[in-house]
Design a protein around this ligand. Sequence first.
Ligand code: SF4
Ligand code: SF4
Length: 344
Amino acid sequence: MRYTIFGKTGYRVSSLGFGAMNLPGVPFEQARAALNYALDEGINYIDTAAGYRNSEEIIGESISHRRSEYFLATKTNKRDYASAKEEMERSLIRMKTDVIDLMQIHYVNKVQEFKAAMEEDGAYRAALEMKEKGYIRHIGITGHRPDLLTRWIRKEQFDQVLFHLNLAQPFALDELIPELTRLNMGKVAMKPLSGGFIKPVDKAIRYPFSQDVHVIISGMVSVEEVRENIAAMREEVGAAERTELEALALQLGAHNCRRCNYCSCPVEIAIPDIMISSQIRSTFGLLPKGDGFYQKNKDKILSCADHDPCKEKPICEPMCPYDLPMRRVVMEASNYYAASPEVR
Ligand code: SF4
Ligand code: SF4
């Protein structure tokens, strides 16, 4: 396991972080075993959020007796002072701890949301007060817009940023990561598999590992998954492998979707998932989880072609700050069904 100093926090963190988002979906004993095994093997960064169902409680029940062994990061998606404060206090109780190492303002993707969180009556002040009282050690922010995050961190109100970085979403490398490095902030990459879409898995995990980040958060739910993730990061990435990974990222990131979620579709087509998975699907095919997504959303995806209001001018496209051809990509996904009877 590689360890680095986590920016200005000074904490020595493991390169692999335990993403606890999916723990509520497995039996408690399995979750407890996975968390304890991760600590036994040297993972010392645990990431969760108040919004991940009872994930915080599972952490509290499973590993709070080993509290000195891990850096504990959670998140609030509240934007106003009162509800953020209430949620942070609840997180302390749920995780059975006196102090949270990192409280992140969760999923901030729009300027209005950032302003709401940062104004006098916003969530940031609640976090700051909790920090002054010693209940929180550091404050961070998470989001899907590397360009906006790059702007927002310049006032140095945060110690850390959590962002997407994977073979299909390499965009944080352009400006955000260099700026975080310049400001000596904590750099945490999430979703190495982009929610279960990316193949090949070993390369997917090694791509963010090859980049200038401190921690890669991987969602894990079993001892076996912890073991696999640790194995994928055992060897450092050499020059030849780095070149290969960079070329793959260029190819799989060609969809250019930042997952900002600015677009919406009247027939509820999950546009960002289709944009991001499209390149992976056409290059490597899909992992079972990605295929499951397509099965579940097949009817909606097929309905794009018949949605009359979009035939002349797609409703979604003017919403995209990157001018992406969403209808064309959704239609290509429809064609995937037409050409692949086995997935129907
Ligand atoms: S073009 Fe397709 S994906 Fe876009 S809004 Fe219309 S139906 Fe939805
Ligand atoms: S398609 Fe455009 S608007 Fe929609 S999530 Fe991707 S980048 Fe954002």
